[in-house]
Design a binder for this molecule. Structure first.
Ligand code: GLN
Length: 482
């Protein structure tokens, strides 16, 4: 079978320009691969629509300055797509068809990129296992036994990119939903600064943390997508108009490890591989520091994230009542309707979040729970702001393990006294709104694990440059598991 979609965006573009391949060939290749896919990564497949777009493009000239032209992509099913079902992988939204496009999707369509599939997620993007959506488990292509997760919540987008069905896939990251699955599937997962990319049309999970994020298989493709997706959008007042500056500086970088998170690592292979990378970076002239944030702060990251995100999601999702969207139930009062729709429409995990959110927002609890979490956020963000003022980036393994087995459920351990702070720390970048990127670092038992770099607000160019240097050192790019 033809295999262009396992290549990088730039390589596929070159093949299009050289007329080795056409958009229709690429669409057929993607559809064939989707047909043979066993990872349960898709909510909706653009069978007819993609062929139609491709046929239209066959009549046009390849746009040589537009590397996305004619190339298929996948997008998480929590982005509104006009006329195309959008479920958020929730039973409650089955049958919902948006009447407008999300801004990210619109920008890609404008570039004449070809949508090929809407991808699965943990229900409404709340989760990290890739198993809580209404279609069940999404599998990790790197694990033939299908016992290990790919992580979530952007599980389908990760699986589609990791298995070579598309060269890039859009996701969303509220706590780590792109950067963690990227670690488990040998991908580059990038979450730019909060506000860098318009969130118009992205289902809101927690507005103060939500970020459009995406998967590619190398850093250069990731930078390309940023240039297309970033920028002010009048429909999202939180979107920034700051330009992405070209980064030319060549001074050696100052990068820091966070002591408490590093010390918590137990996997020897991951530790050794990370140490080796640090050694290589030093040889390249990087100054590597180790800074301490204190165990209390390290431990507070996930609890604080969880309270704030649950509170915001409870409020943001109050519109899912069965009247405006989604499934409808017979009922004689509004309350009865709400009760039926939300009991049957949401899984246990979602209801758990809404209960936690509601409890923390109750008037009598607000001071003790929600407002305390906000003050805690302030302390965490002040701490990291200070670190990022004196360092170009923070560097750490993106996950303390390879992809866990299904059933090794994350939430059970997350709040324990001896919580593994190296497992859920990535949410600090959402609490602070920092740009943060995960890229492949190594393999253990045939399964990948990644490294994460996080930098100060709106310093994406510098971050991508460092990521590029890390990629050059590891040599791990364009990895596909078929
Ligand atoms: N896994 C985290 C959670 O369960 C993050 C989710 C996300 O980033 N959307 O909330």
């Amino acid at each position: 079978m033809m295999d262009y979609l396992s290549k990088s965006i730039y390589e596929i573009h070159k093949a299009l320009v050289n007329k080795e391949v056409t958009p229709l060939d690429l669409v057929k290749e993607a559809l064939e691969k989707i047909k043979n896919d066993t990872n349960n990564a898709f909510e909706y497949i653009y069978e007819k629509e993609a062929i139609e777009i491709a046929k239209q493009l066959e009549k046009e000239e390849v746009e040589v300055d537009n590397p996305l032209w004619g190339i298929p992509f996948a997008i998480k099913d929590n982005f509104s797509t006009k006329g195309i079902p959008t479920t958020g992988s929730s039973k409650l939204l089955e049958g919902y068809i948006p009447t407008f496009d999300s801004e990210v999707y619109r920008r890609l369509l404008n570039k004449k990129a070809i949508p090929i599939a809407k991808t699965t997620l943990d229900e409404l993007a709340m989760g990290g296992t890739g198993s809580s959506g209404h279609l069940g488990k999404t599998y990790n292509p790197w694990d033939e036994s299908k016992t290990r997760m790919i992580g979530g919540s952007s599980c389908g987008s990760a699986a589609a990119c990791a298995s070579g069905i598309v060269p890039y896939a859009i996701g969303s990251d509220t706590g780590d939903s792109v950067r963690k699955p990227a670690s488990y599937s040998a991908l580059v997962g990038f979450k730019p600064t909060w506000g860098r990319i318009s969130r118009y049309g992205l289902f809101t999970f927690a507005a103060s943390l939500d970020t459009v994020a995406y998967f590619t298989r190398n850093v250069k493709d990731s930078a390309l997508l940023l240039s297309v997706l970033a920028g002010h959008d009048i429909k999202d007042t939180t979107s920034s108009s700051l330009p992405i500056e070209e980064y030319k500086e060549t001074k050696p970088y100052n990068v820091t490890i966070i002591k408490e998170i590093y010390d918590d690592l137990k996997d020897e292979t991951i530790k050794k591989t990370f140490d080796k990378l640090i050694k290589d970076l030093k040889e390249k002239g990087y100054k590597i520091n180790t800074m301490s944030i204190g165990f209390d702060i390290a431990k507070a990251i996930y609890s604080c994230y969880y309270i704030i995100s649950s509170a915001e999601s409870t409020s943001n999702n109050a519109n899912l009542d069965g009247i405006k969207f989604g499934v409808n139930k017979e009922a004689s009062t509004y309350e009865e309707m709400l009760f039926k729709v939300r009991t049957e429409g949401f899984s246990d995990r979602i209801r758990r979040r809404f209960v936690i959110g509601s409890i923390s927002l109750l008037e009598e609890n607000q001071e003790e729970i929600y407002l305390r979490a906000l003050r805690c956020r302030r302390v965490i963000v002040d701490t990291f702001n200070k670190i990022l003022e004196s360092n170009d980036a923070i560097i750490l393994p993106a996950s303390p393990t390879i992809a866990p087995l299904f059933g090794d459920d994350v939430p059970k351990k997350s709040f324990a006294k001896d919580a593994t702070v190296s497992d859920n720390y990535l949410a600090f970048a959402n609490l602070g709104g920092y740009p943060s990127i995960t890229l492949p670092l190594g393999f253990e038992k045939g399964m990948p694990f990644g490294v994460n770099l996080t930098s100060h607000h709106f310093t994406e160019s510098k971050l991508l440059k460092m990521a590029q240097e890390v990629e050059d050192i590891t040599g791990l790019k364009d990895l596909v598991k078929k």
